[in-house]
Design a protein around this ligand. Structure first.
Ligand SMILES: [Zn+2]
Ligand SMILES: [Zn+2]
Length: 350
């Protein structure tokens, strides 16, 4: 049986102000409104983006409960909700959008002008409970553990979206730059989408070994120039699609330089710095494309679940650490992420 639902207030770990450490707080409980569900959080992923939000980059209101990778159980449903019942296992799509504007209706809801991201623009999942529109709660099959359901909602979903944007299809060769949580999903999903070979570029031996275990060809960027190494491995041709998942100008340039004729570079890592490419050599001459990747779509979530259930996406080795819902522990994980001392993924188990 679940513990009692919140009647007065519940625990949350919140960002009091930009640049401050997260703090343990109590938040007033509220019943779900019309069209909303109240979810008891069972797992919340700690993402590299959360380190940026803590630093005050991107987060738009304070105090704010961080956390946009959330899985849990429906505690209560508001009026008009027919799609969910109390007790149902769910994971939450992190974009709350209007559903009515031109972009929402066209199925590109990341561009909804009034859209809000959970854990960035509105309270997130570093808490015992969260209230969200019912449409954001996707059923989580019993076979998928909560902590995997949580990380599916960000890194795996974005990896799938990046592969879709890069139009990866059967027989394509793919290079993945950066083998973190995103990269491990990207390797597996690229193979599930029919990629003939996947080159995994990183500088970390353990991550390269993990990439190899999932069927990728490891490319150690410390040992040789990855562009040259991949060109040699592909008979000089390069790859049909390259994903940049780190957010470094150099690896973005490499993702472009490594493309074959008609190749697509999908850039998902975040940086404000500029990159330098040779338009003739890298783009025009090859009719190559550079494509931006922003978030993912709600429609990609059920598709992801099917990949997990079919065994094509195995996240069991991705969750490397679990922490309690306590500010001290969570701040420590964020410090590690900021210093790139991250393993793969840490998940809060409230
Ligand atoms: Zn995330
Ligand atoms: Zn909209």
């Amino acid at each position: 049986m679940n513990p009692a639902p919140p009647t007065s207030d519940f625990r949350a770990v919140r960002l009091p102000a930009p640049g401050r450490p997260l703090a343990d707080e109590r938040v007033a409980a509220a019943a779900p409104g019309t069209g909303e569900v109240l979810v008891r959080v069972k797992a919340a992923g700690i993402c590299h983006s959360d380190a940026h939000y803590r630093a005050g980059v991107g987060s738009t209101r304070h105090p704010l409960t961080l956390g946009h990778e959330i899985a849990g159980v429906i505690e209560a449903v508001g009026n008009g909700v027919t799609t969910h019942r109390a007790g149902g296992r769910v994971c939450l799509h992190y974009l709350v959008t209007c559903g009515k504007c031109r972009d929402c209706r066209a199925g590109r809801e990341q561009f909804c002008a009034t859209g809000q991201m959970i854990g960035k623009d509105r309270d997130g999942g570093y808490a015992e409970f969260i209230r969200v529109p019912a449409q954001n709660a996707h059923l989580l099959p019993d076979a998928i553990p909560f902590e995997q359901g949580a990380i599916l909602m960000c890194s795996s979903a974005t990896a799938l979206h990046a592969l879709r944007k890069a139009r990866v299809t059967t027989g394509d060769t793919v290079a993945v730059f950066g083998i973190g949580g995103l990269g491990i999903s990207a390797i597996q999903l690229a193979r599930a989408l029919g990629a003939s070979s996947v080159y995994a570029v990183d500088v970390n031996a353990a991550k390269l070994a993990l990439a190899k275990r999932f069927g990728a060809i490891p490319i150690d960027a410390r040992a040789s120039d990855p562009v040259q190494a991949i060109r040699e491995a592909t008979g000089g041709r390069g790859v049909d699609a390259a994903l940049e998942l780190i957010g470094l100008p150099r690896t973005m340039e490499q993702a472009v330089e490594v493309l074959a004729p008609l190749g697509r570079a999908a850039l998902a890592g975040l940086t404000r710095e500029r990159i330098s490419i040779s338009p003739y050599r890298d783009i025009l001459n090859r009719e190559a494309e550079i494509i931006g990747v922003s978030d993912h779509l709600a429609t990609e979530i059920p598709e992801l679940m099917r990949f997990v259930l079919a065994g094509a996406l195995d996240l069991s080795s991705v969750v490397s650490r679990t922490v309690p819902l306590e500010a001290v522990a969570i701040n420590r994980v964020l410090d590690d992420l900021e210093a790139f001392r991250d393993d793969l993924r840490s998940v809060i188990l409230p």
